[in-house]
Write a protein that binds this ligand. Sequence first.
Ligand SMILES: Cc1ncc(C[n+]2csc(CCOP(=O)(O)OP(=O)(O)O)c2C)c(N)n1
Ligand SMILES: [Mg+2]
Length: 626
Amino acid sequence: MARTRRLTVAQALIEFLVNQYSERDGVEQRLVPGCFGIFGHGNVAGIGETLLESARNDPAAMPYTLVRNEQAMVHTAAGFARMKNRMATLACTTSIGPGATNMVTGAALATVNRLPVLLLPGDIFATRVASPVLQELEDARSFDISVNDCFKPVSRFWDRINRPEQLPSSLLAAMRVLTDPVETGAVTLAMPQDVQAEAWDWPEELFERRVWRVRRPQPEPAALAEATALVRGATRPLIVAGGGVVYSEATDALRALAEQTGIPVCETQAGKGSLPYDHPSALGAVGATGTAAANAIAREADVIIGIGTRWSDFTTASRSLFADPGVRFVNLNVAPVDAFKHAGLPLVADARVGIEALGSALSGWSVADDYRERAHRLARDWDAQVERAFMLGHAPLPAQSEVIGAVNRVSEPLDVVVCAAGSLPGDLHKLWRTRDAKGYHVEYGYSCMGYEIAGGLGVKLAAPEREVFVMVGDGSYLMMAQEIVTAVQEGIKLTIVLVQNHGFASIGGLSEAVGSSRFGTSYRLRNAASGMLDGDRLPIDLAANAASLGADVISVSNVGELEEALRTARAADRTTVVHVETDPLVGSPSSEAWWDVPIAAVSQLDATIVARKAYEQAKTQQRPFV
Ligand SMILES: Cc1ncc(C[n+]2csc(CCOP(=O)(O)OP(=O)(O)O)c2C)c(N)n1
Ligand SMILES: [Mg+2]
């Protein structure tokens, strides 16, 4: 007889998680080293009971952190996972109903960004004896549906544990997906509240230490030979580095390849930091929020080597950027879905292994010196533009680019800047001088307002030795600032730069560009005369709001004060919010690239009619395969 242990389903779940490790390149670490949550009737007795037992037995085994909002804690888990290069994540436990569905946005963010998170929403009674229970969705078509079915399209693995016997195979599948570089994303195990508390005799084997090796697949020799021939025949090749370069810890290999071949390198949002900003091969950001340097080279390039990128519309400037008529793509990606995009030559492999293989195969070959020099000259010209944007001296309120400059100057190379939505991500992508592969953390797969502070918590948890600068607009702040309380509770130190511009600079600017005249994008009182939101500024005080949540707060009114405040905050050991007001109407240097946002084909508004004309012209630059 195999030995067994009698535990509840929830106890078995946590005991299993405590014993799971990830491994790559010989480095083992706990795969799920903590659990975040909010209790309700759907998890307080099952998972809640076992987390208390666990904390009593060994506080380090599965530490539990109480948060303010379920969506936010999934962001924290995603930020943590990204900072750990997907080698670890956090579990998230909720009650049934609203606590569970609050996580759906977080799940989508994780899955879109290919970041592992383990979601454990409570679910209605499997036995259904007392149905409908509090917060149960009743569906007349099927008694098998609960709100947790909403997680299916935003999860890479989804299961509902209706019987204890189902748990072991679901747990193994969940770990497989979390640690699979192709499949990874949100993993949802819906946990009916009665089943959580049910006891079962589990085989001891379930709780043995398990190590999940994150694979580094090699490229196929024939595919490599084809790709090499294409690159060797190129005169103006360009590397586009995506998040996969960072996750695969391929940045040193990329640098070596760039130095060996002279191929210039540009970066997507997730790939920013693949090279230090001042490396001779670095062109900086590419695409709709890119540098004029990268975009000029991209327009002329004959072979594009995409590494670990999923070719979002921001990267391709909505498929208008790669304009050479004969342009060809080589896609080095661990995920076939990305490797086959743009009719490219698919090099299905781990980024680091693939870069090293390309390097060997390209031995003795490099780009012409004048191409290398032209790329470097363009990059230097762009950096001079960055310097001007940092030192604009705009009055009376500083420009956002000056705020970014101040944060960049005060931060040390290993510090991390965190952002997600608004006008900051684009400006950061263009302007931030990244000096470390993990120094730039902008969530731009989902660009989710509210990720900033919660995600920053995850970053700091994953890398407590680094200083974390969260940059957040007033709109994003108002959507999800409450995790400041969690930071204070846990003594997790963040520096939060709150950029107050009284509304949506980003969507306001976009609105103007599409002929919608900034309608509904600034925070103003309803004007009785016009009936519009164009009255006085709202009588609100976000600095006071941050202080009320327990943060130290410094309000500044110019760039000099800002730098001083940032130094104070950086040296402090408490979470500090630096509140700065900026002028929303000052842009940053142009990317000289387009982004496809459709404009009304018929309209009574003159501005829209003009914008539509320009739009129709821009559409002609879009290419079907690139
Ligand atoms: C959850 C969510 N809702 C809506 C949007 C669309 N959106 C993108 S940026 C933005 C405004 C952000 O405002 P703020 O944080 O103040 O930044 P700013 O644009 O002023 O730089 C909106 C509404 C989004 N990205 N995420
Ligand atoms: Mg704003």
